[in-house]
Design a protein around this ligand. Structure first.
Ligand code: BGC
Length: 767
């Protein structure tokens, strides 16, 4: 196996325990499981998060409830319990195989009494069968004959950072099975896990069950001779009442079906791997000349694919994916602006699911708008199962517990335009008109109505304005006329009018219905036009520099160099209000606008704003959302070294823990940003409805970059080397007869085209 598919750890470092649990997270879009060990450790933070299983929590309203732990498999040899905290560790290697989605570990361990044993584990959350979790363990005594005991449990004693969400409803064990049926305390979601243990080898292996409260356990005991190997497979099925009214029966039946069909660990893993292969065939990026970058992008793609809902359009991808408790499993703009493009271009069916989440949460967005006194719909800054606002308003300060005001829920209103931007981006790239007609147009138009009354007319200056907001740079709150917010609102109102015009041309009856339902009168549309022309952005006409918000340039200027070296964010060093009064940015704000609305700004403006804002941005400890965007702009501005420096920061967010907070969970937005940095930055991909082009802007040591993407239903390939003519071009977007259409891609014609491309990718990868 090519090392560039493997994330490997060769020493066990207890100091890095939580960070590595994050890195070794596995998932299948239905759930994610952190890389905690099967045998447990006192300080471990095991977590399995099933998307959509939210339960009430103080302060943050609701959070993904850590599901009963399916991992426990304790091993004792001759009465001594194996654990990394005791005995002697003679060999250790843990590997996440990104290609197959299997996490494995090998250990040689000497017990305190001197018995040496080889142990290995492999686990996966099946991508072929979302309700199946599987774990295999090998035990080989090296210098003794003796008794091996395995205890495989379903552990209901789980919490989220001390907060308990579950009551046990029923549990039990019989006939080599155990089951645990739990219910969330407030949201009353039922979750059932059923497990079986299949043991091969070992004399007189017998399996019984014990029923410790909240933790049913299967116990297998057998004797092994020196050099003999015991193989134990733990298969777990998991359902919730979100999919089945009787999840306990569903989980039982599922396990019955597997055993009736003779599906053991090996067959189940094979099916899981085949499914991963299908995703990789389209989504992989191939980089020659930079192994670290190669591994980092595959890791990012893996984690995005592992978190993306497959069969559920009522959930999205939380900011920390399904990897930890931070941000409570809430969904932010991270999804639409940072992660969604990867899906739009390589897995449009999954992009569609993510956007449907926003469609289903439109009623909550209407409630938020109406609570603020506005018509239309306003998306929540932090969103969960219903889509209602779940941003905490006050949180206790990390150090002294004093209350800290969180402004984003009230002020980060740009998310409403960000969601519309995501919907439009999907439509423009995929050409999925049916989706736009049935769902997207309503999102774009209903949310446009919010902006219409959120703006205020300033008669003195004869312009529209938006006051009291927070832009992407969250070091500043209560800004007036934040450039990003105003720019995106302008874009949104303009796009809404164009979308309606398109709808009226293509589906007049539906357009009429929407016009009547949303009250899109000519006067309203005229007002949208006026606002999009007169909503103010402060831009110096001579230099092209845009002022981040009104009076930003009057704030105290800062030289970040004078704070180096530092290990903390500028907000920690200056304090929340201190940072608010200085020209220091957490993450790109104006620069993000210039990236998203790239066609509206020329190179001169981009360069001028780069020169102003990049040096004032807290790249190292600000936000992980920033580096990828800086990398793309630096590519565009012909600054390859700066581009690569920023790219590496994004690439290392989790794998090297550059910010020291990977223990809190994956940086999913950064993972999506990394994909964009490669494809749109180094690959220079530009897509319009009528065609596409790619331009090699490779870092000097990259010898090749190739990737696939879908453009209006047609799978395209970009293969760039530094020497060749740097430009690739694609012709007009509408697929020709015989090409895969978007519809066909979602339907039956799909197979043949993809299979060909798959072969192509496999050839490429096997070089
Ligand atoms: C960033 C936000 C982001 C959130 C969740 C914050 O630190 O500033 O832009 O949405 O994290 O990832």
């Amino acid at each position: 196996m090519d090392d560039n598919w493997l994330i490997t750890e060769t020493t066990f470092d207890p100091q890095q325990l939580h960070r590595q649990e994050t890195v070794f997270t596995i998932g299948n879009g239905y759930l994610g499981t952190r890389g905690a060990f099967e045998e447990g450790l006192p300080e471990a933070r095991p977590a399995t998060l099933v998307n959509g299983v939210y339960d009430a929590v103080p302060v943050a309203f609701t959070e993904l409830a850590n599901a009963p732990n399916w991992l426990p498999l304790a091993i004792s040899i001759n009465g001594e319990r194996f654990g990394l905290e005791r005995g002697q560790l003679l060999h250790y290697r843990r590997t996440l195989n990104l290609r197959t989605g299997v996490l494995s570990r090998e250990v040689r361990w000497r017990s305190p009494r001197g018995h040496t044993v080889d142990l290995s584990w492999a686990r996966f959350a099946s991508l072929a069968d979302p309700h199946l979790l599987a774990l295999r363990c090998h035990v080989t005594p090296l210098d003794f004959d003796g008794e091996i005991e395995l205890r495989a449990a379903l552990d209901g004693h789980v919490d989220n950072r001390g907060y308990v969400h579950w009551d046990t409803i029923a549990q039990g064990g019989a006939d080599n099975r155990i089951w645990l049926h739990s219910r969330t305390r407030a949201s009353r979601i039922d979750l059932a896990e059923v497990a079986t243990l299949i043991v091969q080898a070992g004399e007189a292996t017998n399996i019984s069950s014990t029923d410790c409260s909240g933790c049913p356990t299967l116990v297998a005991r057998g004797r092994l001779r020196q050099g003999q190997t015991m193989v134990a497979d733990k298969l777990v099925t998991l359902y919730t009442s979100r999919e089945d009214a009787a999840p306990n029966q569903a989980a039982e039946r599922h396990l019955d079906r597997l055993s009736a069909a003779g599906q053991g660990y090996a067959e189940l893993q094979a099916a899981h791997q085949i499914e991963w292969e299908k995703y990789w065939a389209i989504s992989d990026i191939f980089i020659e000349g930079d192994d670290q970058a190669q591994r980092a992008i595959r890791f990012s793609i893996f984690q995005l694919l592992a978190a993306a809902p497959r069969d559920d359009t009522r959930v999205s991808i939380p900011a920390k994916a399904l990897s930890s408790f931070a941000y409570f499993g809430h969904v932010f703009w991270d999804t639409e602006i940072y992660m969604l493009p990867f899906f739009i271009y390589t897995q449009p069916r999954l992009a569609h699911n993510l956007l449907m989440y926003r469609y289903h949460t439109l009623p909550a967005a209407r409630r938020k708008a109406s609570a603020g006194g506005y018509p239309g719909a306003q998306y929540a800054w932090e969103s969960a199962d219903t889509g209602d606002e779940v941003t905490p308003v006050w949180v206790p300060h990390r150090k002294d517990g004093s209350p800290v005001r969180i402004w984003t829920g009230d002020q980060a209103i740009h998310i409403t335009a960000d969601v519309a931007y995501g919907a439009w981006h999907y439509w423009r790239t995929t050409g999925d008109d049916d989706w736009m007609v049935d769902y997207g147009a309503e999102i774009v138009l209903e949310t446009a109505r919010f902006w219409e009354s959120r703006v205020k007319w300033n008669a003195c200056w004869a312009r529209y304005e938006i006051s009291r907001v927070m832009g992407p740079d969250e070091y500043h709150h209560t800004e007036n006329n934040n450039a990003y917010t105003n720019g995106m609102a302008r874009w949104h109102l303009k796009t809404a009018r164009e979308t309606l015009g398109w709808l009226q041309n293509t589906r007049p009856t539906l357009a009429d219905q929407l016009v009547a339902r949303l009250d899109l009168t000519p006067a309203r549309l005229a007002r949208w036009e006026a606002i999009s022309e007169q909503l103010h952005i402060f831009q110096d006409p001579s230099s092209g520099v845009i002022e981040q918000c009104e009076n930003f340039f009057a704030l105290k200027d800062i030289d970040l160099g004078t704070y180096e070296p530092r290990q903390q964010s500028m907000q920690v060093l200056l304090g929340i209000e201190g940072a608010n009064t200085q020209q220091v940015l957490k993450q790109p704000d104006v620069l993000l606008l210039l990236y998203l609305l790239s066609d509206e700004y020329d190179q001169r403006a981009k360069k001028a704003n780069w020169d102003y804002y990049a040096p004032r941005t807290d790249h190292t400890f600000g936000s992980s959302l920033g580096p990828a965007i800086h990398a793309i702009l630096a590519c565009e501005l012909g600054m390859p070294d700066a581009a690569y420096t920023h790219f590496r920061r994004a690439a290392q967010a989790d794998l090297m823990d550059v910010r020291g907070n990977a223990d809190d969970g994956l940086h999913a937005a950064s993972a999506g940003g990394l994909w964009q940095a490669i494809v749109f930055g180094f690959g220079g991909l530009k897509v319009t409805p009528v065609g596409w082009s790619a331009t090699a802007r490779l870092p000097s040591h990259w010898r090749r970059l190739s990737f696939h993407f879908y453009h209006r239903g047609k799978l395209e390939t970009v293969d760039l080397t530094p020497e060749q003519d740097p430009q690739h071009r694609g012709k007009a977007g509408r697929p020709e007869r015989g090409d895969e259409t978007q519809d066909a891609q979602m339907g039956s014609k799909r197979q043949s085209g993809l299979a060909d491309n798959r072969r192509l990718v496999q050839r490429r990868m096997s070089r």
